[in-house]
Design a protein around this ligand. Structure first.
Ligand SMILES: CC(C)(COP(=O)(O)OP(=O)(O)OC[C@H]1O[C@@H](n2cnc3c(N)ncnc32)[C@H](O)[C@@H]1OP(=O)(O)O)[C@@H](O)C(=O)NCCC(=O)NCCS
Length: 218
């Protein structure tokens, strides 16, 4: 497909193991089903907004609205680019990258999840590496941020493995109780030390203005 007005639908990031793509409605349905199938144990809550507590079909409908809202709210000065993560033809998770005033700040944040059946096999790390490649190599970012609650070792391990460093913390209210959120920071310098040469970005050029990028990025 080549979309006449919304080139994000044709943007793809490919690694040897995964493809990340902007989800069209059929992918959004797959993400909704995947989320309804479970992302974490009932005893845990990895998300600041506890959206995974919803019952079916509210959870699936809420998931659709989440992605539709991100499409509708996009501007070059404030955007959130969610990707469906596809492994061997199957949607296995979601990887998002977002920025405010990227043209000026060159700072991005990311968030992600993997369907429970697919966790622990290296996909979380691979999809973060892919979105960081878009941020740094594709868009010319200078810094990337991520954060995770201190009781989320898998997310923190992904960040550490990719070169992030701790960057302070904050105490949030999580489902009525206090929880420590650890902020992680990755500089362009640290990213470039581990830069991969086996990740490809397709279809970025027509999207650059939507991301607030004009002229050379690197
Ligand atoms: C966080 C998440 C995306 C990571 O994806 P994943 O595919 O499970 O992670 P990977 O298999 O790539 O593992 C990456 C690292 O985490 C480590 N890890 C995975 N699960 C772990 C666990 N339960 N405890 C400790 N370390 C763990 C792995 O050993 C690996 O570290 P290494 O590279 O140093 O060996 C996934 O677990 C998830 O979706 N969790 C629930 C939702 C969530 O927490 N989202 C993030 C909110 S901040």
């Amino acid at each position: 497909v080549t979309h006449p007005f919304w080139p994000l639908f044709d943007l793809r990031i490919c690694t040897p193991r995964l493809e990340l793509r902007y989800p069209a409605d059929d992918d959004i349905v797959k993400l909704a089903n995947l989320a309804a199938g479970g992302i974490h144990d009932r005893d845990n809550m990895p998300f600041s907004v506890p959206w995974t507590r919803q019952e079916s079909p509210q959870l699936e409908r809420g998931t659709l609205q989440y992605y539709w809202l991100r499409r509708a709210e996009w501007t070059p000065s404030k955007w959130a680019f969610p990707c469906a993560v596809v492994s061997e033809g199957v949607v296995v998770g979601a990887q998002e990258i977002l920025a405010d005033d990227f043209a000026i700040r060159r700072v991005v944040a990311t968030g992600s999840w993997v369907g429970r059946a697919y966790q622990g096999g290296g996909l979380g790390k691979e999809m973060r590496a892919a979105i960081l490649h878009l941020a740094f190599a594709g868009l010319g970012a200078q810094r990337a941020f991520s954060s995770a609650f201190e009781d989320n070792p898998a997310s923190l391990a992904v960040s550490r493995a990719l070169g992030y460093e701790e960057n302070g913390d904050e105490l949030q209210v999580r489902e009525g109780k206090v929880a420590r959120l650890i902020r992680m920071k990755l500089t362009r310098e640290r990213w470039s030390e581990g830069q991969r040469d086996d990740i490809e970005i397709h279809g970025l050029e027509p999207c650059l203005k939507l991301f607030g990028v004009t002229g050379r990025t690197t």
